[in-house]
Design a protein around this ligand. Structure first.
Ligand code: DGT
Ligand code: CA
Ligand code: CA
Ligand code: ZN
Length: 572
């Protein structure tokens, strides 16, 4: 059975979590965490790399030791060191650290004092009032735990787009080998490029549906077959991801693709328009009475309704149908439009690739520029740079730029926004930078008014250029901090600042709605990867997808512009 990158990353993360609870050497814990991060961002499949005999130790954050472990996992499906660790401490103990307020130390204490080894154990102990008796916990903390466990359990599992993509690619490739299959495409929220997907909806065309369905239900990653007919089937994969497959005839391909792409709200709106024109559309085609008018291509449907074809990312019934009718759909930004990346870390702070490696990787991607944005001094856990270290890095960038053709390294810094709204480094060094990315990294718990004012004050500094990951949310893990984002967008407009669309699939921050709000006010965004290694640069496509969902066009995005123009736009 194929081992996916996310499986390996999960194993490494689990290993790090358990070692952390055991109180192991922090460097070892961090090595596993950083490797997991690299693997999650990696565009190629590790299993394929192992099969090709590639040297994995050349990957950022992967040394000889971890490379060997990856080979072991790929070749045997097992990770013996993790198994040994799970014999010493229960694997489910790490789940405790998913509850806010429980870190490795508290998890260990709960285990040692009360024998708690899982979330279920914690819930029963809290209900029995045992947790409050532990030193440093108390009644309020106990109640918080119960609430958090409840919230955790009631959350319906959705998969991040990057993880869904890993599974989708494998399935797509497998289905294409079915006998008699002509087309295979993943529709649903996946095709609309939402940040998470509830399940995968795959559409295939073939003359003989049953043969394709049979092939599908023999996929080796299936946990169980939920339903199976001659043209449709639903299965659940071992990862927990559910997959729907529909097989249709070639002449219905466009109509079926439109239907299964959704969204439901978009399709319902189309059907209403059809009815008003005396037409009918369904998964099989478009009809006048019993007469079949088409359905081979999606364009047939939109055309018959007098609409320009709507890009999947816009199909949410948020004005796209009116725009399609009026002929003013946006010409959405594409990955090819991107000329550089404006947020990337190196080994100087918490990255795992050197400045030179990052520069060479960006050049190989065909970029014109790359901004190096290591953390500033307040971010001590990320080894943030003080004025002196940043000055030394700027000199190093000068030397690198002198010796390198075809790419320009921009001098930058991810500057912490302190609680009082001042920037974490003095103007004397900020003025030497080409641009700044300024971010909130702590005190997420301020009230909305205070958090908003903190950021507005920071924007008053004329060295402030781009607000990094503006809301701090982590997809499926952390809500945005309370913030008056509309006011911040307005302030950015007034002061000539910009907002980031952090492209990392766990952030995607700004979201689609606020991308559009920024566009409407004329505030440009920077789509940036926040790469912590050379492989991290490859997540740009997720940020572009998010920007497309936010109706952004090439001109709305800062880093589609050449440096000479960008430099002028950044000047305040
Ligand atoms: P998800 O899976 O929650 O991320 O979201 P979707 O949009 O992929 O939704 P899903 O998987 O339930 O259904 C896939 C598509 O099938 C959906 O986008 C539109 C279509 N669809 C499903 N149920 C209905 C329905 O009751 N009416 C209409 N018009 N379309 C539906
Ligand atoms: Ca779906
Ligand atoms: Ca579905
Ligand atoms: Zn940051």
């Amino acid at each position: 059975m194929a081992v996916h990158n996310v499986d390996i990353a999960d194993m490494f993360d689990r290993m790090a979590g358990l070692l952390d609870i055991e109180g192991a050497n922090p460097f070892r814990v961090r090595a596993y965490r950083q490797a997991a991060g690299t693997i999650r961002d990696l565009p190629e499949s590790l299993a394929a790399m192992v099969a090709d005999g590639d040297d994995l130790s050349e990957l950022p954050a992967i040394g000889d030791d971890l490379a060997e472990k990856i080979c072991e996992i790929v070749e045997t499906g097992r990770f013996r060191e993790l198994e040994a660790t799970e014999k010493r401490i229960p694997a489910t103990l790490a789940d405790l650290t998913r509850i806010p307020g429980i870190g490795p130390k508290r998890a260990r204490k709960l285990h040692d004092a009360l024998g708690i080894a899982s979330l279920d154990d914690l819930a029963s102990a809290a209900k029995a009032g045992k947790v409050r008796e532990l030193e440093g916990f108390g009644e309020a903390v106990e109640a918080q735990f119960l609430e958090a466990i409840e919230a955790h359990r009631s959350k319906k599992q959705r998969f991040r787009i990057s993880i869904a993509e890993d599974y989708a690619k494998g399935l797509e490739a497998y289905l294409k080998t079915a006998r008699g299959v002509a087309r295979v495409i993943v529709a649903g929220s996946y095709r609309r490029r939402r940040e998470t997907v509830g399940d995968l909806d795959i559409l295939a065309t073939a003359a003989d549906g049953a043969a394709v369905i049979d092939h599908f239900t023999r996929y080796d990653e299936i946990e169980d077959v939920v339903s199976k007919g001659s043209t449709r089937s639903t299965v659940r994969l071992k990862s927990g991801l559910q997959v729907d497959l529909r097989v249709v005839a070639e002449e219905s391909y466009g109509a079926a693709l439109q239907y299964f792409t959704g969204s439901k709200a978009h399709t319902v709106a189309l059907r209403k328009i059809a009815r008003a024109k005396g037409l009918k559309i369904n998964e099989y085609g478009i009809y006048r009475g019993r007469k079949h008018l088409g359905g081979r291509k999606e364009e047939d449907l939109y055309g018959a309704l007098g609409l320009a074809p709507v890009p999947p990312e816009l199909r949410e019934n948020r004005g796209e149908i009116e725009a399609a009718r009026g002929g003013h759909l946006p010409e959405l930004v594409t990955l090819d439009d991107i000329r550089g990346d404006l947020h990337a870390h190196t080994t100087a702070s918490d990255g795992t690739s050197s400045l030179k490696e990052m520069a060479e990787a960006a050049k190989a991607m065909g970029y014109d520029y790359l901004a190096i944005t290591d953390h500033s001094q307040h971010a001590t856990v990320a080894n943030g740079l003080d004025e002196k270290r940043l000055a030394a890095q700027l000199d190093e960038i000068d030397r690198l730029n002198d010796g390198m053709e075809g790419i320009r390294i921009l001098k930058s810094c991810e500057v912490d926004i302190l609680t009082d709204g001042t920037l974490d480094l003095p103007d004397s060094i900020l003025k030497r930078l080409d641009l700044t990315v300024c971010s909130v990294h702590y005190h997420f718990d301020l009230a909305s008014k205070a958090q908003t004012e903190r950021i507005l004050r920071a924007m008053d500094n004329r060295h402030f250029n781009i607000l990094g990951h503006p809301t701090g949310r982590l997809v499926g893990e952390r809500e945005p901090y309370p913030l008056d984002l509309d006011r911040i967008i307005e302030a950015a407009k007034e002061r000539g600042c910009f907002l980031e669309v952090n492209a990392h699939p766990i952030r995607l921050d700004l979201d689609d709605v606020h991308c559009r709000a920024a566009k409407e006010l004329g505030v440009k965004v920077s789509i940036a990867t926040d790469a912590h290694s050379t492989t991290g640069l490859s997540v740009m496509r997720f940020g572009v997808d998010q920007a497309r969902r936010g109706w952004l066009e090439k001109a709305d995005v800062l880093n589609t512009h050449p440096w000479t123009k960008l430099e002028k736009m950044l000047a305040r």
